[in-house]
Design a protein around this ligand. Structure first.
Ligand code: SAM
Ligand code: SF4
Length: 348
């Protein structure tokens, strides 16, 4: 069989939702560039069938840039002495959630470094107030915590939890996250799922030492965990980290992984990440045409926003409302609409 026929068959098999073997997933993300449009079209078709044309909005608040960890890739790492640190108070966080609600965005994502200052009690109190005062759907993205914390957060009213597995290679994970253990990350994800959280995982694409085999394993982990959300974004080197200067401009590869994730996991919610918009001016729009269906405007107050310096050049530093109105125009050009709604339909 010619390469073109076998490539078409492989994309067709993925589009039909048939199980792909590891070898086939490797082939899918490594197809010659001329097949990318077909791959993206297949993912876009499955996205339309499975989750529709509406783009789900999640308002993110990056409430603390303190972190007890030292991940080699991240500008918030404890060892980065040049970062000016901040913590938002509960009242500041609540005022920001009010703004999210006023804008008509149904979900808040509360994200931070792994900051032990925010004890179980502090986080629970914050969740209870947000539920009582705004009734927003609450997603937490605050890292690895003991089971008792996850239980308490859920009882307090949190609905979703985002904890990317980052890479499926235990070896690479150990190198990139000193003192951390990949099995523990997976255990946290399984616990969150068992507790009934809508659970998000995901990876970075373009990490040093990453191979297509590892990326295929990332996709298998996403499927195995039966995740509800998938955060897939490019690794972008930060100058004040040990990975400074490691170039990654492979937008195409990130889009292929997003497309493969849509084909393999079918009805998950996949954001077009800020990191993609940072890598390429059209990154977000391209992702939304290659399987993605979520955007996460950043509502962090301007005085803090630039200090949540995970990687350099983050896009969308500016008012979230202005960003949303720009997104609305962009999305009309690809016949997609933003979904504003308050309600507890799964996924929204
Ligand atoms: N501390 C929590 C954690 O690690 O899960 C949540 C905050 S962390 C800043 C959120 C995400 O940022 C991580 O899951 C990681 O994938 C991403 N990230 C960190 N450094 C990055 C970089 N240099 N390039 C791209 N993404 C990065
Ligand atoms: Fe901390 Fe998360 Fe950054 Fe690691 S990725 S240093 S845990 S904020």
């Amino acid at each position: 069989m010619s390469i073109s026929k076998s490539a078409e068959n492989l994309i067709g098999k993925a589009q039909d939702g048939k199980d792909l073997k590891r070898k086939e997933i490797i082939q899918l993300i490594s197809l010659p560039a001329k097949y990318s449009p077909e791959l993206f079209r297949a993912a876009d078709t499955v996205r339309k069938e499975q989750v529709g044309d509406e783009i789900f909005l999640r308002g993110i608040i990056e409430f603390s840039n303190h972190c007890d960890r030292n991940c080699l890739y991240c500008g918030l790492r404890k060892g980065n002495a040049s970062l000016s640190r901040y913590r938002m108070s509960e009242d500041e966080i609540l005022a920001t959630t009010e703004q999210i609600k006023k804008t008509g965005v149904p979900t808040v994502v509360l994200q931070s470094g792994e900051d032990s200052f925010y004890s179980q009690d502090i986080v629970c109190h914050m969740i209870e107030r947000i539920r009582k005062e705004t009734d927003l759907i609450i997603t937490l993205s605050i890292g690895e915590r003991p089971l008792s914390d996850y239980q308490a957060f859920q009882q307090a009213g949190a609905n979703r939890y985002l904890l990317k597995h980052e890479t499926a290679s235990e070896e690479l994970y150990k190198y990139l996250r000193p003192g951390c253990n990949w099995q523990n990350r997976l255990q946290c994800l399984r616990r969150l799922k068992e507790l009934g959280f809508e659970t998000g995982t995901g990876n970075m694409v373009g990490l040093p030492g990453q191979t297509s085999e590892i990326l295929a394993d990332d996709l298998l982990v996403m499927k195995l965990l039966d995740a509800d959300m998938l955060g897939i974004g490019p690794f972008i080197a930060h100058p004040d980290t040990p990975l400074a200067g490691i170039d990654n401009d492979d937008l195409e590869l990130v889009l292929r992984v997003i497309a493969a994730a849509r084909l393999i996991t079918r009805n998950t919610n996949i954001p077009a990440t800020t990191a993609l918009a940072t890598l390429h001016p059209q990154g977000r729009l391209l992702a939304l045409q290659a399987g993605a269906n979520v955007v996460m405007p950043d509502f962090t107050p301007d005085i803090y926003k630039t200090r949540y310096d995970i990687y350099p050049g983050r896009k969308d530093v500016g008012s979230a409302v202005a960003i949303i109105s720009k997104l609305e125009k962009d999305f009309q050009s690809i016949a997609r609409t933003l979904l504003y709604s308050i309600g507890h339909r799964p996924g929204i």
